[in-house]
Design a binder for this molecule. Structure first.
Ligand code: PMP
Length: 396
């Protein structure tokens, strides 16, 4: 019988469907708060200055495109380990492998976990980035969830999160967003990270940090504080980092999968298993974007310029947060949305119902994800009052 005759189409990606609807909308004042890419004031997602310069140098100097190796660009891996774990890291216990984006890094780490423990269970935040679940499931991990977000207040449900994780079994894996939680924008403070660190040590859990927005929240180092605090306390941890957002190299697919092991020998063994998993999936990661990122990170001048541009982006998002929170306060006559200003990263979840989100789209041309996640970078600097008015108008 033909293979595909009975095959049903896979469900469409909701966020991608939103892009299509937005493009087709003829209204001039339409606002796109949907897909999760950084946008400047003109709605553009430009190539960053330092990355463009690094690409020029790469074109001039690259005289072969022969294979590198399963771990990709080793200079990139070293630089990324430094960027993520910081100057105080015990590099002898850390290994990093270049991966196709943060998504590829997540999958690569998940494959390592599956090889380590065939019945591995991973705990995900509720809610979390919608791709976490399918990626972990595809690697064969068991999935549990811990409460994370209180929709009404916009705060982290920290006590509930701790109670849930206190029931995890030794050897279970806890996936944590390193910073800038997607989709909620609500994050752990340093004291809460310290409490999580104590809990994972006490219960023998493995922290798995997904850090996809380093530099978008409080700053490059500040955004890694929780991860570094864990690294200083736990015997083992794993990390998936993405350069898609903070280097704006989305389509080039640049990320890194990292292991912190008990010692150098165990780190080497775990790394060899991870690379063997890479070989079975795609063999080697794409080179171009990672090479450009490596050139930026290794060159003091380019690195300083990259940090400056990233900081401009971060501060722009912070400004937009404050502007929206203030406009919503004026138009709703309440402090209900004040959390927008205290959230960090590219997203906040406003706490609207699907019906309210749909009304915003149909009646006001305001596009956001169905769970009322907004991309802060898409907020209109000159149209904040109109937007706040529209949001308040669908509230009841
Ligand atoms: N983790 C989270 C939480 C994300 O939001 C993203 C990007 N949307 C990623 C990982 C990975 O993105 P990419 O594969 O494009 O690097």
């Amino acid at each position: 019988a033909p293979m595909f005759e009975d095959l049903q189409p896979a469900p469409a990606d909701k966020i991608l469907a939103l892009i299509g609807l937005f493009r087709a909308d003829p209204r001039p004042g339409k606002v796109d708060l949907g897909v999760g890419v950084y946008k400047d004031r003109d709605g553009k997602t430009p190539v960053m200055r330092a990355v463009r310069e690094a690409e020029k140098r790469l074109l001039q100097s690259q005289d072969t495109k022969t294979y590198l190796g399963l771990a990709g660009d080793t200079g990139f891996n070293t630089a990324m380990a430094g960027l993520v774990f910081g100057p105080a890291a015990e590099l002898t216990r850390i290994r990093a492998a270049q991966a196709p984006g943060g998504s590829g890094a997540l999958r690569l780490v998940a494959e390592l976990l599956k090889r380590t423990r065939s019945d591995a269970t991973i705990w995900l935040s509720d809610p979390t980035w919608p791709n976490h679940m399918p990626v972990m499931r595809a690697a064969g991990l068991q999935i549990r969830v811990y409460p994370y977000f209180d929709t009404a207040s916009g705060a982290v449900r920290f006590a509930d999160m701790i109670s849930a994780l206190a029931t995890a079994k030794s050897g279970d894996v806890v996936l944590l967003h390193g910073c800038c939680h997607n989709p909620t924008g609500a994050n752990l403070d340093t004291a809460q990270w310290a409490e999580i660190a104590d809990l994972v040590v006490e219960r023998g859990l493995l922290p798995f940090v997904d850090i996809a927005y380093q530099g978008f929240g409080e700053g490059l180092d500040a955004d890694a504080v929780g991860l570094r605090l864990l690294a200083a306390k736990v015997p083992e941890m794993v990390v998936a980092s993405s350069c898609s957002k903070n280097f704006a190299v989305y389509r080039d697919r640049v990320g890194a999968a990292m292991i912190l092991a008990k010692d150098s020998t165990q780190a080497d063994v775990a790394m060899s298993q991870m690379l063997s998993a890479a070989r079975a999936m795609y063999s080697m990661p794409p080179d171009h974007g990672a090479a450009a990122v490596r050139i930026v990170l290794e060159d003091a001048t380019l690195r300083a310029d990259w940090e400056a541009e990233l900081e401009e982006m971060r501060l722009r998002m912070l400004r937009l947060r404050v502007q929206l929170a203030e406009a919503l306060r004026r138009h709703s006559n309440s402090d209900r949305f004040d959390f927008v200003a205290s959230h960090r990263g590219m997203f906040s979840r406003l706490g609207l119902s699907e019906a309210q989100v749909e009304r915003l789209r149909a009646e006001h041309g305001v596009y956001m994800v169905g769970d009322s996640r907004i991309n802060v970078a898409g907020l209109p600097e000159d149209g904040m009052d109109a937007l706040a008015k529209a949001i308040v108008s669908v509230l009841d």
